[in-house]
Design a protein around this ligand. Structure first.
Ligand SMILES: [Mn+2]
Length: 486
């Protein structure tokens, strides 16, 4: 059958395609991926996989539930005997009156269940007496009223399809089950946010549960489930790599759209709008994080989020932007000349940053710790800053380990883990290892020249060398100028 769409014709040949409520990433009907879309009348920026994928009536491609099965099995291998794990969904945060912020699932819960719905609770109790008690997922019971106001919620069958779990209960069954299993267990693993840079001002649902749990069962041994989960999440499963690459492909489509759109006189917010348009049409829910689009001197404010200035002729514009896809995140930074041609100084600074990115990629290898890595990157950066005449070679030689001369122009870390979180979780200073996904994002910021350049690619640490997930992006001076001239 053929469906008419405003700008493109979509030919459907998979009658078994089944869409889950709310566009959640869950359907398991056999599907063929031979959809044809009339490319000529669609956006030229749409990534190739999108044009041939079977995702025409759902937001995301289905995530293989075996991924979540594997994650639960690996978590269980890391628990003490006779343990109970309880992880709650995130809250929906209020704004004002009856307003709320958009729901974002707790990533540890998502990693273990694939269920992207509020009020969900997971219990794992591998040594429980009854077989069916060993893994239970509690989901919000739906009703006609909820369906009318909020749309459909997961049925028990759909929760099984998403998670691969057999025992699905409504949340009102949680309390008796929790009591039964707590009394069988010695160790209770609960959820805390252990990311070093996190500011924990707001008490989460999981944190409230810790208080309640300790009040009810003061003599149990309590453990942090974040410890094994950080270790597991740091190394990516092939299923995660697939979704990360999708998010990156969508980001590339946005970047190419912006390269065609950018010209002197446009607003930074207009670039933001171009990205968002391209992301959402590609079935991303939007930005992975608040976009930073800074032209001229704005590029020197590292977390500039106003995006309210005009891109002027002769300036460069720094764009730190990424698309989300299926809860995974891309993280890109590109800095390009507003008028499409690099000046000779802009080219020099840009190519210096690019050499640092490639140099960092060569040393970002298994076994190295993040702190040792950062130290080595600063050495490469120092040479480049000397080359640009920004710091004095002799003075640089005399300075101690603080590298304050380099840090005047490059004051942030070079890399972070990337995954379900944009700054993905990892155990403190854990060495790099094969299968991890990291950003590489050096920058040189020269406010006195109204110039800041950062370039950021995402890479997978491979056996023999790293795999650049940005291979198709225009990256060199020549590639960017060519893409902007098209
Ligand atoms: Mn980043």
């Amino acid at each position: 059958m053929t469906k008419e769409r405003p700008n493109c014709q979509v030919e459907l040949n998979t009658p078994t395609l089944k869409v889950s409520p709310g566009g959640k990433a869950i359907f398991l009907e056999a599907l063929t991926r031979k959809k044809k879309m009339n490319e000529a009348t669609c956006s030229p920026f749409l990534p190739d996989w999108f044009k041939t994928s079977a995702l025409l009536y759902m937001r995301y491609e289905a995530i293989d539930p075996q991924f979540f099965v594997r994650n639960r099995e690996r978590l269980l291998e890391n628990l003490k005997p006779n343990s109970l794990v309880v992880i709650h969904a995130n809250d929906i945060f209020p704004t004002n009156a009856d307003g709320t912020m958009a729901f974002r699932q707790n990533n540890d819960l998502f990693y273990l269940t694939g269920v992207d719905q509020e009020e969900t609770v997971l219990i794992l109790s591998p040594d429980a007496v009854l077989q069916e008690d060993r893994a239970i997922l509690f989901v919000r019971e739906t009703s006609e009223q909820i369906a009318i106001w909020e749309g459909e919620k997961l049925t028990k069958e759909q929760a099984t399809e998403a998670s691969g779990m057999k025992n699905i209960q409504w949340v009102d069954a949680f309390e008796p089950a929790f009591r039964r299993l707590a009394l069988q267990a010695e160790n209770i693993y609960l959820h805390t946010n252990e990311y070093v840079a996190a500011s924990e001002i707001v008490e989460t649902r999981n944190r409230r549960f810790i208080h309640r749990c300790q009040e009810l069962y003061p003599l149990h041994n309590y453990e942090r489930v974040a410890v094994p989960l950080q270790k597991l999440r740091m190394v990516k499963d092939p299923e995660e790599i697939k979704f990360l690459q999708r998010a990156i492909d969508i980001t590339e489509a946005g970047f190419r759209r912006v390269l065609k759109f950018l010209k002197p006189g446009v607003g930074e917010w207009e670039l933001e709008a171009e990205y968002l348009h391209e992301f959402v049409r590609n079935k991303s829910r939007g930005f992975s994080y608040s976009p930073i689009i800074g032209s001229g001197k704005n590029a020197c404010a590292l977390h500039y989020l106003d995006n309210d200035d005009i891109c002027e002729d002769g300036e460069m514009v720094l764009m730190d932007v990424g698309a989300e896809y299926g809860n995974w995140n891309a993280d890109m930074t590109r800095t390009v000349p507003v008028n499409g041609k690099f000046s000779s100084r802009q080219k020099d600074v840009y190519e210096a940053v690019l050499r640092v990115m490639w140099g960092a990629n060569d040393i970002l290898r298994p076994g190295l710790t993040p702190s040792a890595y950062q130290k080595q990157v600063l050495e490469i950066m120092e040479k480049e800053l000397v080359g640009l005449g920004l710091i004095d070679a002799e003075e640089a030689k005399r300075q101690d380990d603080s590298k304050r001369l380099v840090k005047k122009y490059f004051m942030h870390g070079t890399s972070h883990h990337l995954g379900l979180d944009v700054h993905d979780v990892y155990p403190a200073n854990a060495p790099y290892a094969v299968g991890q996904v990291l950003t590489i994002e050096p920058g040189i910021y020269i406010p006195e020249e109204n110039l800041g350049v950062r370039i950021e690619n995402d890479v997978i640490i491979g056996e023999a060398k790293n795999i650049d997930m940005f291979t198709n992006f225009p990256t060199t001076v020549e590639e960017i100028e060519a893409a902007m001239a098209e």
